[in-house]
Design a protein around this ligand. Sequence first.
Ligand SMILES: *[C@@H]1O[C@H](CO)[C@@H](O)[C@H](O)[C@H]1NC(C)=O
Ligand SMILES: *[C@@H]1O[C@H](CO)[C@@H](O)[C@H](O)[C@H]1NC(C)=O
Length: 119
Amino acid sequence: MMKLLLVVCVAVVSLTSGAVVRPTNRSSLSVGYITNGDRLLHRQYLNKQPVPNAVQYQDFIFRGNATTRIAALTATEIGYSQNAYPWITSGGVGYNYATVRVQSARGLGYYYVIDVWGR
Ligand SMILES: *[C@@H]1O[C@H](CO)[C@@H](O)[C@H](O)[C@H]1NC(C)=O
Ligand SMILES: *[C@@H]1O[C@H](CO)[C@@H](O)[C@H](O)[C@H]1NC(C)=O
């Protein structure tokens, strides 16, 4: 009886640890180069909590004025990696606007800081 109980306990523990999602890939975005005269034009944090079985996404949109030139753009994951993906869907380096889409892995969230550098 004691032995059976022990086996059940071990099975439960291993099932639980097997279900823990442990992403190993940090997915950040970094394009362009910051040179003298460039400054941080915009910083924004994008954060979503995990939703079971859902893929979540969000568009970050930056619009400068007529003379704005984006020199560099970064989307850096904060904290532990959740295997989300940031990518540029329009504009970017050399443009005065940029759209960055951030998409979560299924069942996970994300936490990014997006920086737009330029002049
Ligand atoms: C990280 O992601 C790349 C591209 O999706 C993949 O080829 C690689 O195997 C991943 N590395 C790990 C440790 O999961
Ligand atoms: C246009 O945007 C740049 C930053 O990209 C800023 O330095 C400049 O002052 C802005 N010009 C006007 C007319 O608002």
